[in-house]
Design a protein around this ligand. Structure first.
Ligand code: PGA
Length: 220
């Protein structure tokens, strides 16, 4: 059986994963790792619509550019716009990596649910191809492919940030449950390589094959 669960629409993708988040939010003090990018926007809209209780939830974002957090292109701003300003979460419970990478690594507790997207080069968070499976939170140079992919969010490719801070692959793998989401036919090839090909640092997402509680949702 394929490890990739294909759903019929982007809306359904959001609903399936929102069901998993909603279930996790029934825990006493849920701890989540959250992604940015275009793929989770439908999920975040669905979560907002469900009017859940986020007062006991703590979140940790996967990554952030090296940028002023108030900058409109920062992932802080993204998360506020698409989720945090629309739910009843305490701002102090929303954590992002910064230059003090070791401090971030140290505060990440046992995570109940980690939601990930996948880059067209197989990255998860900003763990680009060649990242060590033992990597932890650190500053990284972005891959040429990632800079090109992300240029759609900026006026020009020169404006795309070339460095970021990311959780490591080892950090991500410690989560109790991981859900990977991908939207669009352009993602299918790399998703298939990651989930059904060899486990290799050349394809960072392939490490997920070694986790015992991963779900992968895809829509084209
Ligand atoms: P996307 O990015 O959701 O914008 O496709 C995913 C990623 O690069 O992790």
């Amino acid at each position: 059986m394929s490890k990739i669960k294909k759903v019929n629409s982007y809306w359904e993708l959001g609903c399936h994963v929102a069901d998993i988040v909603e279930h996790t939010l029934t825990l006493p003090e849920p701890k989540l790792i959250l992604p940015t990018g275009s793929t989770p926007i439908g999920l975040y809209n669905e979560l907002v619509n469900r009017q859940l209780d986020w007062s006991n939830v703590t979140t940790f974002n996967l990554d952030e550019y090296i940028i002023n957090p108030n900058h409109p292109q920062s992932y802080h701003s993204f998360m506020k716009k698409h989720l945090f300003d629309r739910i009843d979460i305490y701002p102090n419970n929303c954590n992002f990596p910064d230059r003090n990478t070791q401090a971030y690594e140290d505060i990440i507790p046992e995570i109940d649910l980690c939601i990930l997207g996948i880059g067209s080069n197989g990255h998860i968070a900003f763990n680009e191809p060649g990242s060590s499976f033992d990597s932890v939170t650190r500053v990284v140079d972005l891959d040429k492919q990632t800079i090109e992919d992300n240029s759609r969010f900026f006026d020009s490719i020169d404006d795309v940030h070339k460095q970021a801070i990311t959780m490591g692959l080892k950090t991500i793998m410690k989560s109790k449950k991981i859900v990977l989401i991908a939207n669009g036919v352009h993602k299918y090839k790399i998703l298939n390589v990651a989930m059904n090909g060899g486990v290799t640092e050349k394809v960072p997402a392939s490490i997920l094959q070694e986790h015992n509680n991963v779900e992968v949702y895809y829509c084209d």
